[in-house]
Design a protein around this ligand. Structure first.
Ligand SMILES: NC(=O)C1=CN([C@@H]2O[C@H](COP(=O)(O)OP(=O)(O)OC[C@H]3O[C@@H](n4cnc5c(N)ncnc54)[C@H](OP(=O)(O)O)[C@@H]3O)[C@@H](O)[C@H]2O)C=CC1
Ligand SMILES: O=C(CO)[C@H](O)[C@H](O)COP(=O)(O)O
Length: 479
């Protein structure tokens, strides 16, 4: 009888197919399955010689082809499809088997699934995977949650197939139940902010200097050899340098300016609102996608609203480019700092005990936001594991401080020339807000007390106070 598979993958679209190939290429026997058998057949036809695959058409045969306790990776559309696959697998599973949901699930769904499956004796691991099609094949960043004991079984395979940076795997245990999918969600939120900031930098260079896409691509390529070195800067240079075969024009010039999303950025912002964590860079990036897709509003605004903006007059081209670069770096640090704040807040709320330095470490390779400066984030959390604000770390405080004048110049120039830079400007406002000695929130508290008797605290004495605004305006101490 043929040897059983060591692990199974069901869901063989771009991600599952490449993940299965990656696992097989590392010498593991992989059982493969997909709802429609065509994808399974094409995987075997195209790549069956890359390792040991055991293909099944029926779910029962697929499950039976895996050694116990079974490890089954589900890589399908998030949401109802994941529940459908779990329901389909369940009658064939035994106690102790492990289902690993590697899709982009919303973490509350993961918490629910882990809880429900635990009642049935099945381990459920919600696992974030980043790196796209290429990463899934050659080494993604992997963020598994669930019970720690599942990682004892799964960890060696996951670490084997993940990306490596300086020999260190970009995979580690994140925390209980939904922690893995939560961290992947915030990863994607940061991805949204990073992409929006890059798009704003491109727009400033385009409008400010009147440069064509390939010339801007050259600037991004240069930036990629410094502090900004990252996958997203690298692919931006490539995309900007690409020519549309049909028209001979720069490719980006023929792409419609309406950004779409599948939901992870929106979830990140919704969760930050629930937690009360200001992730302004990520939120503005998510809203900027929404604004780009608000077609009726954009058409109405273009017809009705004047720009009343100045004319660009840049005398020192190189100084302007350097200002944009510094503003980009500073805003990027803010987005990451806010994302790590959100992870800390959720970790405390759910008792997940997430190690932020370890998250930065597993994001250094394989994933979409991989970047040289993630090393600096890991170092910052190693210096101070409970660091309250990444921005305040000695390294980041210095680099952001060094870029501050540039950042202010760029935001002011953009405003006076009518160029929208929601992520640059909101990040600068966050910087000024979080460092302010005194914010105007005092007035908000006073207003709330005026119209709703919501009370306030005094700066000069402890306790909770209320003023009789509609009476004699005397103050009472409430507690
Ligand atoms: N694409 C990317 O870059 C990344 C994707 N992800 C996540 O990975 C997962 C897979 O992504 P991707 O490979 O792009 O594929 P898709 O998200 O396009 O999902 C297609 C797969 O889902 C299966 N499926 C859909 N509905 C059902 C159902 N009701 N029952 C059973 N199977 C179903 C399809 O089966 P069938 O062939 O029969 O239709 C197919 O295998 C998603 O959760 C995605 O968010 C994560 C990181 C990066
Ligand atoms: O998870 C991913 C990368 O990390 C996926 O590519 C995801 O689809 C990106 O999000 P969106 O489609 O909303 O831009």
């Amino acid at each position: 009888m043929a040897e059983l598979a060591q692990i199974g993958v069901t869901g063989l679209a771009v991600m599952g197919r490449n993940l299965a190939r990656n696992i097989a290429r590392h010498g593991y026997r992989v059982a493969v399955h997909n709802r429609s058998y065509g994808r399974t057949e094409s995987l075997i036809a195209d790549h069956g010689d890359e390792g040991t695959f055991i293909a099944s058409k029926e779910t029962a045969d697929f499950v039976a082809s895996i050694e116990r306790p079974r490890k089954i990776i589900v890589m399908v559309k998030a949401g109802a499809a994941t529940d459908a696959v779990i329901e389909d697998l369940l009658p064939h599973l035994d106690e102790g088997d492990i289902i690993i949901d590697a899709g982009n699930a919303h973490f509350p769904d993961t918490i629910r699934r882990e809880h429900d499956l635990a009642q049935k004796g099945i381990h459920f691991v919600g696992m974030g995977v980043s790196g796209g099609e290429e990463g899934a094949l050659n080494g993604p960043s992997i963020m598994p949650g669930g019970a720690k004991e599942s990682y004892t079984t799964l960890g060696p395979i996951l670490e084997d197939i993940s990306a490596k940076v300086d020999g260190v795997p970009c995979a580690t245990y994140v925390g209980p139940d939904g922690a893995g999918h939560f961290v992947k969600m915030v990863h994607n939120g940061i991805e949204y902010a990073d992409m929006q900031l890059i798009a704003e930098a491109y727009d400033l260079l385009r409008q400010g200097l009147g440069l064509e896409a390939p010339a801007i691509g050259d600037i991004f390529a240069q930036w990629n050899s410094g502090d900004l070195e990252s996958f997203l800067i690298e692919i931006t240079a490539e995309v900007l340098g690409h020519t549309d075969a049909k028209t001979g024009r720069p490719f980006v010039d023929i792409v419609l300016d309406q950004a779409e999303q599948k939901g992870t950025g929106r979830w990140t912002v919704q969760n930050a609102l629930d937690l009360g964590v200001p992730i302004t860079g990520i939120a503005e990036a998510t809203f900027a996608r929404a604004l780009s897709g608000s077609v009726p509003q954009r058409v109405a605004a273009q017809a009705a609203l004047p720009a009343n903006a100045g004319q660009w007059d840049i005398s020192d081209r190189d100084a302007f480019i350097e200002d944009v670069r510094r503003a980009l770096y500073a805003s990027k640090v803010v987005a990451y700092s806010q994302g790590f704040d959100q992870i800390a807040a959720a970790s405390a709320e759910h008792d997940w005990n997430i190690d932020r330095g370890a998250m930065a470490r597993i994001w250094r390779g394989g994933c979409i936001i991989r970047a040289k400066f993630l090393n600096r984030i890991t170092e910052a959390y190693e210096r101070q594991p409970e660091l309250p604000l990444l921005l305040a770390d000695e390294y980041f405080a210095k680099v952001v401080g060094d870029g501050l004048e540039s950042w202010r110049r760029i935001v002011a120039l953009a405003a006076s020339n009518g160029v929208p830079v929601p992520a640059f400007s909101s990040s600068l406002s966050y910087y000024d807000g979080v460092r302010a000695n005194r914010l105007p929130a005092n007035l908000i508290q006073a207003q709330r007390d005026f119209f709703g008797a919501h009370t306030y605290h005094r700066t000069d004495a402890p306790g909770v106070y209320h003023t009789e605004w509609s009476g004699d305006r005397s103050e009472t101490q409430e507690s």
